[in-house]
Design a protein around this ligand. Structure first.
Ligand SMILES: Cc1cc2ncn([C@H]3O[C@H](COP(=O)(O)O)[C@@H](O)[C@H]3O)c2cc1C
Ligand SMILES: O=C(O)c1cccnc1
Length: 349
């Protein structure tokens, strides 16, 4: 009971969409010179952006991707194709502007923010925001990944980052992550929150072979048995079988949506965080956009629970927020179509 009270204070309420603006936007889209509904998901995207911003033609000039980083104790079970050290190497790579997410962000004029919420790096390169809660989680096969208090602290990091992004004037925010081992944590969180069997959710992550895939499934099952996370308590799930960057992404989504900041989720890891956020505050769904469909099997299960349709299906399995940033031009296209296309009335029809 005590914790329920604490989380009530922790989570801001999410306002409803501007329904009248959405109706106007829908009417406008229906009058554009194209067959009714022919722009598919771009139309739903545009109408919802109008509902979020309260503007019939919203502006999306300022875009950002926030990459939350953390390490995972469960890597000692041999669940990833790469060692934990790669998390730190990639943090440096993000700061050098040389990772996939940086390249895509440059292509589409988006800023990149890198937040260390739980890596094992002791010296951080310039450009990383140091919000470290602890240096990696514990091995969740042997006990909880972190304490409830640490999970709440990580969620607060995300909430604060969302506030900062809003204050910095961003209009579209993508959420991404880096953390070797985090597809294992994401699958465990997904299994707990959805109640689906582990075999349906576990995937090859960075590209493990059949032997490692079996070990990964077993590690996920054992983590659930050992920790018994309460599926009706997303905070408990995130603490026991989640990760620091997963909890921070949940906080970011809650904070961004509460401030009417349109938020684009990426692959399986950020979507697991989004489902946790949705279970805490269902209204966040109205502010969330699914960018792409990852190869990880849990991703489509999570998106279905969220009732979100991805814009892109490019067989990607990278993370970092890379798929979310790749979807940015589709948002620009949706807004540009609404702003610049002629209506049937313009043609005298
Ligand atoms: C070089 C490299 C860059 C990455 N960028 C994102 N990930 C992705 O892979 C990791 C999850 O996969 P697993 O659970 O199998 O470890 C995460 O860090 C995710 O962001 C990367 C992984 C690697 C190796
Ligand atoms: O779905 C993702 O984003 C993903 C898949 C595999 C590895 N890393 C990330």
């Amino acid at each position: 009971m005590e914790r329920k009270k604490e989380s009530d204070d922790l989570f801001p309420s999410v306002p409803g969409l501007h329904v009248e603006t959405m109706a106007e936007a829908q009417k406008h889209v229906d009058n554009l010179t194209k067959p009714l509904g022919a722009l598919g998901r771009l139309e739903e995207t545009f109408v919802r952006l109008a509902g979020i911003t309260g503007e019939t033609v919203p502006s999306l000039d300022r875009k950002v991707v926030v990459v939350f980083c953390g390490d995972h104790g469960v890597t000692e079970e041999g669940v990833s194709a790469y060692p934990s050290e790669v998390t730190g190497l990639m943090i440096r790579n993000f700061c050098d502007g040389k990772a996939a997410v940086n390249v895509f962000a440059r292509c589409y004029g988006a800023k990149v923010r890198v937040v260390d919420v739980g890596s094992q790096l002791t010296e951080l390169p310039a450009g990383v925001l140091n919000r470290k809660v602890r240096a990696g989680t514990a091995n969740m096969v042997k006990g909880p990944a972190m304490s409830g208090a640490e999970a709440i602290q990580a969620i607060r990091v995300g909430l604060e980052m969302a506030q900062e992004m809003k204050e910095q004037g961003f209009q579209l925010a993508a959420v991404g992550e880096m953390g070797i081992g985090n597809t294992t944590a994401a699958a465990a969180v997904s299994a707990s929150l959805t109640g689906r069997p582990v075999e349906e959710l576990v995937g090859r992550g960075t590209g493990i072979d059949d032997v490692a895939l079996k070990k990964k499934g077993e590690a996920i099952r054992r983590s659930l048995e050992v920790n018994q996370p309460d599926p009706s308590d997303p905070l408990d799930v995130l603490a026991k079988v989640g990760g620091l960057e997963l909890a921070a992404m949940t906080g970011f989504i809650l904070g961004a949506c509460a401030q009417r900041l349109s938020t684009v989720i990426d692959g399986v890891i950020s979507t697991a965080s989004a489902l946790a956020a949705f279970r805490l505050v269902p209204g966040v769904r109205d502010y969330l956009f699914a960018s792409h469909l990852s190869e990880e099997p849990a991703h489509q299960v999570l998106l279905k629970q969220l009732e979100l349709d991805p814009l892109i299906d490019a067989s990607m399995r990278l993370g970092e927020g890379s798929g979310a940033v790749l979807s940015f031009p589709l948002f620009d296209g949706a807004v540009a179509a609404a702003r610049e296309m002629a209506t049937f009335a313009d043609l005298g029809m």
